[in-house]
Design a protein around this ligand. Structure first.
Ligand code: Z5A
Length: 204
């Protein structure tokens, strides 16, 4: 079972991914919690490269290639082997983030992104995706004054396009992507996520 969490920054997706990981652990399930960009040594190195501030400009297509390169390492060396061993894999961000940020956010060609993404994911697709949705203002307020990375520092309009992108993706794949209202408390949001998992037969 491959479950991904998506959303704009500060939506609370990392918090929910961790709660779900602990929930499966408590029930004796073999479970892996991982993130993108990152998850393996090589992919974490690419993450550092992508997120730090650079003096020189960062071309959107180069950014896309780096995210996809990191995903290639991650799928090949962690996600696929863990799924083959029967683990539940929970991933904080995956392919939908690339479409939302590099496609809807940066304006790169959506079809090109999908095609390149298919190459690096080797046919792996999440069984279920939770899109934790909050207004951009709520997300940015939650991350507050924390030092922002290169992407978090983008304009409000950029983050709004990304949010619209996520909602658009969810609208096109309602069976896989469940939109979760992320404005409630951590406990309320998690309760809803569990109810979806149970309803879909993924959890006892
Ligand atoms: N990116 C991309 O452009 N293309 C791609 O293909 C991929 C990624 C894969 C790295 O992401 C960046 O890469 C990201 C997208 C881009 N860019 N940005 N910006 P990341 O996952 O490392 O960083 P992030 O998205 O900024 O995550 P985050 O800051 O960790 O936010 P979060 O996961 O949504 O939220 P959180 O850590 O769970 O919670 C944030 C705060 O809110 C924290 O203090 C919590 O305690 C609090 N919180 C959580 N839930 C609640 C509720 N329900 N109520 C109140 N407060 C809450």
């Amino acid at each position: 079972m491959f479950i991904t969490f998506e959303g704009i920054e500060g939506s609370g997706k990392s918090t929910q991914a961790k709660l779900l990981y602990e929930w499966f652990l408590d029930r004796g399930r073999r479970v892996v919690l991982t993130r993108e960009p990152g998850g393996t040594e090589a992919a974490e190195r690419i993450r550092d490269l992508i997120l730090r501030e650079w003096e020189e400009s960062f071309p959107p297509f180069s950014e896309l290639c780096l995210y996809l390169a990191a995903r290639g390492f991650h799928v090949k060396n962690l996600i696929k082997p863990s799924l083959s061993e029967g683990a539940v894999v929970i991933c904080d961000r995956f392919s939908d983030s690339t479409l939302a940020y590099q496609g809807y956010g940066r304006g790169l060609d959506l079809e090109l992104i999908k095609k390149m993404n298919r190459e690096v994911t080797e046919g792996i697709k999440p069984d279920l995706t939770f899109l934790i949705d909050v207004p951009v203002e709520v997300g940015l307020e939650r991350i507050g004054k924390r030092r922002r990375d290169r992407i978090e520092g983008e304009s409000l309009e950029f983050h709004r396009r990304v949010r619209r992108g996520f909602l658009d993706i969810a609208g096109k794949e309602p069976e896989r992507v469940v939109v979760v209202d992320g404005t409630g408390s951590r406990e309320e949001v998690f309760k809803f996520i569990l109810s979806v998992l149970k309803e879909k037969g993924y959890a006892p």
